[in-house]
Design a binder for this molecule. Structure first.
Ligand code: AP5
Ligand code: ZN
Length: 214
């Protein structure tokens, strides 16, 4: 099964993608996570990506496409995947379709996690990410047992560099201009499904399972 998660920054794509990956035994592929891992490891790609990410801009398509096409070659992608944060522009979506078509494959579902902008700004301020394992928490909606410490690996939690309020507003604008057109793109293909992302995380997940099948 090949699934794309759509939605504004902070809509909960990553949260849901992790749960989907676990339930359906497919890898969770987040371009944002891959870029952040490269930044942490000081790679050339990381250096290039950071300059865009810190401003809330998109990393150029060429860099992103090279990275994702490389990831698809890994063995764990044989039975599908859940894509989180990719595609993010029409050219990225077209490149994905072309690559899949060449193998006689296609995307099965594009799931739009719908959350209005006003909720997004509130959510981002409370997000905390683990420096060790990348787990995501929220100070109000999914707090850790011990404040500032990851439940899963015990490492420290941080606020992401791009979660500062001014950067969040920029990311939202970039989302509306460059990523939201994908909703029409996948609707025209007949594979778009929308879920209400403002409800509790478990209820969002139940709505997604209803779409994907148990
Ligand atoms: P990326 O990492 O993809 O960031 P994003 O799309 O902005 O999405 P987020 O990770 O911020 O949010 P999310 O929707 O996953 O929400 P989450 O589950 O964490 O990209 C970062 C940057 O990398 C981009 O700006 C760009 O520069 C670059 N990039 C990445 N991919 C690219 C591409 N393809 N092309 C070009 N550039 C690219 O949830 C958010 C918070 O809310 C959490 O604290 C969570 O606990 C909480 N929460 C989740 N669900 C709920 C709920 N139902 N109720 C209450 N709280 C909830
Ligand atoms: Zn952790």
């Amino acid at each position: 099964m090949k699934i794309i998660m759509l939605g504004a920054p902070g809509a909960g794509k990553g949260t849901q993608a992790k749960m989907i990956a676990e339930k359906y035994s497919i890898p969770h592929i987040s371009t944002g996570d891959i870029f952040r891992a490269n930044i942490k490891n000081g790679t050339e790609l990381g250096k290039k990506a950071k300059s865009y990410m810190d401003k809330g801009q998109l990393v150029p398509d060429e860099l992103t496409l090279d990275l994702i096409m490389d990831r698809f070659k890994q063995d764990d992608c044989k039975n599908g995947y859940v894509l989180d944060g990719f595609p993010r522009t029409i050219p990225q979506a077209e490149a994905l379709d072309t690559a899949l078509k060449a193998k006689g494959e296609k995307v099965d579902f594009a799931i739009d996690v719908d959350v209005p902008d006003e909720n997004i700004v509130k959510r981002m301020g409370g997000r905390r990410a683990c420096v060790g394992c990348g787990a995501t928490y929220h100070v109000v909606y999914s707090p850790t047992k011990v404040e500032g410490v990851c439940d899963k690996c015990g490492e420290e939690l941080i606020v992401r560099d791009d979660d500062k309020p001014e950067t969040v507003l920029n990311r939202l604008e970039v989302y509306h201009n460059q990523t939201q057109p994908l909703i029409d793109y996948y609707n025209e293909q007949g594979i778009l499904k929308s879920v209400d992302g403002t409800v509790d995380m478990k209820d969002v997940f139940n709505a997604i399972v209803d779409i994907l099948g148990a």
